[in-house]
Design a protein. Structure first.
Lengths: 328, 305
């Protein structure tokens, strides 16, 4: 394994929700609550989980688009969380975000050429004709004709726009790309094109990819390692092969069992979880998953399991795999 | 990736002013409004040519009906005369010039002050926004006329002063409109995208957000322009506007109220000009808003029927 490009340690992002008129006490939403992982150069690290589990907030906090409450994020050795505003702006050159919504994330008043060239101009890397030339070049590497640069974003389809977004993210030659549900807003027929484009550019640019997705099909196609998130915490981190063949955490098993089978006659062992995930303003004591876990034990509601190494290079936070000492 | 390259755009599309003229040609109401406005502005520019005898008082021909419609005209004034026997046509030319100048200047002041404050309020939020919005509330709670009397009493009447008074009360409209728009736009993903790319706050505010406010500012300009001209008339009527004998559209209208049963032309002609100005400014404003909105398709060739 290469040296870590991105190191995230004990990252937490809490939001305070205050009620109008102060009728009830202020609630704290623990959207991300102590997440640690690392990502190597050229690696794709996927963050999966149901909506509301905090994966998007994790991505935004890593890029400091949302200020994290605690923890550290280091990109290639540089501390992102402690960086001053000017240093942070310079760092943005090396870490970029691909948005979920290709319709909202491109300024409709700017031409595609200006949008794609903008990061170069902002970071003083090129300007005028040169920036325009490089934008055209990158657009064609992303599978778009050079004349696209003269048009406004509304002239293009979702898939084409996502290519534009990717070109814009790549133009400053970043090291890390956070892709937040990069294809879930697109037609299924277009999704594979964009996924292949991302895999291509990852190879060309040697990018580290933090892929945020709820679509396990996409994850299986792209990821090297998979992390499962539940209620603001990581419950399992595993290499792709191991994760898809034999998930360890009961929540991972339930997630995987929800993926449709390739063939309708293959045996189904669907694990249906009861109820909704608990509110992140009021997480249950102990393991956050114990309220819905089919294997819950008495200890689960008292002791919070920590991520610990398990077989074949994976880590899991579950009392089934690491029984707490001195109990039972 | 083949399918993206199949559509080849026209390479000889007209640009800039030529594109604007071509596009305006095929929108009939916009075309008419442009012509009317151009005519009024030209007339206002030519107004200084009217001088001397045309503006003199001739009490022998006071309230003379327009020669254009009446054979019994004694003065030969095409649009009639007022109660002091002055040629209404000549005065209207001058009045149009003065009113356009006051309206234009007032709108410019209001627009610049209001837009900048609105942009800052919507983007910065927090204490600055609170401060400006409380000032706005305070200004809104004062009746406009009382405020204007107070300011004019302090700085004295005159064209520039009146325009300043109107501008410094009119910025509220722009500040509120722009602030609301900025609050909406700043939530859009492309603003976060700009932040993520590493844009400075100034760049985000003026390059990414401000262009989206253009449409609503244009609408604000067209709405307030008419109001300003009418407000100037109100001030003139109260003796706080531009002092006579300098004619203004509002001043002529106000002066006509004692005699308008006998002399309809004193109300009709300035009224028609006022209406033409306000209406054509509104139509041109709507057209500009559409023209600058990339979502509205603007044909530059005649539509097939």
């Amino acid at each position: 394994m290469n040296r870590p490009l991105l190191e995230v340690e004990d990252l937490a992002t809490h939001f305070t929700v205050s009620h109008p008129f102060g009728l009830s006490r202020r609630a704290v939403v623990r959207a991300v609550d102590g997440v640690s992982f690392s990502l190597a150069e050229g690696e794709t690290f996927a963050l999966v989980g149901e909506s509301g589990c905090g994966k998007t907030t994790t991505g935004r906090s890593v890029l400091r688009l949302i200020e994290p409450t605690r923890g550290t994020v280091r990109l290639d050795g540089t501390d992102v969380t402690q960086a001053s505003k000017p240093v942070l702006r310079a760092l943005r050159r090396s870490m970029q975000l691909v948005f979920q919504d290709p319709y909202g994330s491109l300024n409709p008043r700017m031409t595609v050429g200006r949008l794609v060239a903008e990061p170069l101009v902002v970071h003083g890397l090129a300007s005028g004709r040169e920036a325009g030339e490089r934008a055209r070049e990158l657009l064609s590497r992303c599978g778009l004709a050079p004349w696209v640069a003269d048009r406004h974003p509304h002239a293009f389809s979702g898939g084409q726009r996502q290519r534009i977004v990717i070109a814009r993210a790549l133009i400053t030659d970043p090291q890390l790309l956070v892709a937040d549900e990069p294809v879930s807003a697109l037609d299924v027929s277009i999704q594979s094109q964009i996924i292949n484009l991302m895999i291509d550019v990852q190879k060309q640019f040697g990018l580290g990819f933090l892929l945020i997705s709820h679509d396990l099909g996409v994850v299986r196609h792209m990821a090297d390692r998979v992390a499962v998130m539940y209620l603001g915490r990581l419950v399992e981190v595993a290499p792709r092969q191991e994760f898809f063949s034999q998930p360890l955490h009961p929540y991972s098993q339930a997630l995987l069992s929800a993926v449709p089978r390739e063939h309708p006659q293959l045996p189904k062992t669907r694990i249906a979880l009861a109820g909704e995930p608990p509110s992140p303003t009021d997480p249950p004591p102990g393991c956050p998953f114990h309220t819905r876990c089919p294997h819950a034990m008495p200890v689960c509601s008292r002791v919070t399991p920590q991520l610990r190494p398990a077989a074949s290079g994976r880590t899991v936070a579950c009392h089934l795999h690491h029984p707490p000492e001195g109990l039972e | 990736m083949g399918p993206m390259n199949t559509h080849v755009p026209h390479t000889t599309e007209p640009h800039g002013a030529q594109h604007y003229l071509l596009a305006t040609r095929y929108n009939r109401s916009a075309l008419v409004a442009h012509l009317v406005l151009a005519g009024i502005v030209c007339a206002a520019l030519l107004a200084p040519l009217v001088r001397g005898p045309a503006l003199a008082q001739r009490l022998s021909v006071s309230l003379d009906p327009p020669a254009l419609f009446s054979a019994s005209s004694q003065s030969g004034a095409l649009l009639g005369t007022d109660s002091l026997g002055r040629d209404l046509g000549a005065r209207l030319l001058l009045a149009t010039r003065v009113s356009l100048a006051v309206g234009g200047l007032a709108v410019a002041v209001a627009c610049v002050v209001g837009t900048v404050l609105g942009l800052l309020c919507g983007y910065l939020m927090g204490w600055f926004d609170n401060l400006v919005m409380r000032v706005v509330d305070a200004l809104l709670s004062l009746p406009f006329v009382v405020l204007a009397i107070a300011i004019v009493a302090a700085i004295g009447p005159g064209l520039v002063n009146v325009a300043m008074v109107l501008g410094l009360t009119g910025w509220i409209t722009f500040a509120k409109l722009v602030r609301g728009e900025v609050l909406r736009i700043r939530q859009q993903p492309f603003v976060e995208a700009a932040r993520c790319v590493g844009c400075s706050h100034l760049r985000i505010l003026f390059l990414h957000i401000a262009p989206h406010v253009l449409g609503i500012v244009l609408v604000g300009i067209t709405l307030t322009f008419g109001q300003m001209i009418i407000a100037e008339a109100t001030l003139s009527f109260l003796g706080l506007g531009i002092p006579p004998p300098t004619p203004t559209l509002g001043g002529i209208l106000a002066g006509a109220q004692e005699t308008f049963f006998a002399a309809w032309w004193l109300v009709a002609f300035p009224g028609v000009i006022l209406m033409a100005i306000v209406l054509s400014v509104n139509v041109v404003g709507d057209w500009l808003r559409d023209y600058f909105d990339p979502h509205v398709p603007i044909p530059v060739v005649r539509r097939e029927r």
